[in-house]
Ligand binder design. Structure first.
Ligand code: PBG
Length: 332
């Protein structure tokens, strides 16, 4: 009987995989420390570090230790840190006034970092959820998250953050019109160089669970965030969100969560060609760190593979709790 297949494969893909040198030479994407933004949780006190049970390996740090951590990150080559506050329930109010207190935790931490490390980027989240007694990103009245009233609060929060030295504002609240409103305020106040990294395509996701523990918002949140965060079933809608935010003055855009939404990252990058970031959120970190803790996966390898996936999907950078560990792994 005649052989059915050709005598040899016309294309041998394995030639390109045969040794490390050719794999390196043929590699399409790279991950470097310059791709990483490190989210850090800030708490009050002095010399305090407090583990977060649902995020093994991540701690809330008092400001003095945040500065040390930021220095370590900067020494590793991490370009930017993002600060999130663990707010005591006693300062949470229906009006979320603590959000624009010039001396709130993140603003004090920002001043301390910028004083010690002027060349390190500092990004702050713009949203009311750490400060709001309802745990929502906006002002709530009669059970409704109000859009336009929230914009005024976000402007005050943004101004206090920029005055504290924040280089990048990350509006994560998903109110309509917030990018335009913040950009207009910044220009009017003379802060024309402040960057806005908009959480443009932010989904109503269960992957934020551990984060809400970390910032002390899980107990506070009434209901869910589905009236402002996106439906995980939607994709075209993400492109509309990004288009609007760019039009309103965002410099960079984010997709969040990350790993379950890599298709969105790719569409955003291909459609707009703007600096595009993804947030590998707390639940994604917890899935990996939890499995690694049990010895079910190789931590360093899974971390590196998960972060490379973002580069392959078109992202210019990743917010990740693995930032310092990945930076150390890249160094060695
Ligand atoms: C708050 C905010 C959230 C995250 C970042 N900013 C949570 C939320 O929207 O409920 C989540 C980050 C993470 O899960 O790591 N606006």
């Amino acid at each position: 009987m005649q052989p059915i297949s050709a005598p040899f494969p016309a294309t041998r893909m394995r030639r390109l995989r045969r040794s490390a040198w050719i794999r390196d030479l043929a590699q399409e994407n790279t991950l470097t420390v310059a791709d990483l933004i490190w989210p850090i949780f800030v708490r009050d006190g002095q010399n305090m570090r407090q583990p977060i049970p649902s995020m093994p390996g991540v701690e809330r740090l008092s400001i003095d230790l945040v500065v040390e951590a930021a220095r370590e990150g900067a020494d590793l080559g991490i370009p930017c840190v993002a600060l999130f506050p663990y707010t005591d329930p006693s300062v949470k109010t229906p009006g979320a006034e603590e959000a624009w207190n010039p001396d709130n935790l993140v603003n004090r931490a920002t001043r301390a970092i910028k004083q010690a490390l002027p060349d390190l980027g500092v990004m702050l989240d713009v949203a009311l959820d750490p400060y709001n007694s309802e745990g929502h990103d906006g002002i709530v009245r009669d059970g409704v998250v109000l859009n336009d009233e929230t914009l005024d609060a976000l402007n005050m929060q943004s101004l206090a953050q920029v005055e504290a030295g924040a280089d990048v504002l990350g509006p994560s609240d998903m109110m309509d019109g917030r990018i335009g409103s913040i950009r207009t305020m910044l220009e009017a106040k003379g802060h024309k160089d402040t960057l806005i990294l908009s959480y443009a395509a932010k989904y109503a996701s269960a992957f934020y669970g551990p984060f809400r523990d970390a910032v002390g918002a899980s107990g506070a949140l009434r209901g869910d965030k589905k009236t402002y965060q996106m439906n995980p079933a939607n994709s075209d809608e993400a492109l509309r969100e990004v288009a609007i935010d760019l039009e309103e003055g965002a410099d960079m855009v984010m997709v969040k969560p990350g790993m379950p939404y890599l298709d969105i990252c790719r569409r955003v990058k291909d459609t707009f060609g703007v600096p595009t970031y993804a947030y590998q959120v707390s639940g994604e970190y917890a899935m990996i760190a939890g499995a690694v803790d049990r010895g079910w996966m190789d931590g360093d390898k899974v971390m590196a593979e998960s972060l490379m996936a973002f580069k392959r999907a078109g992202c210019d950078g990743i917010l990740t709790y693995f930032a310092p560990a990945m930076a150390r792994a890249l160094r060695s």
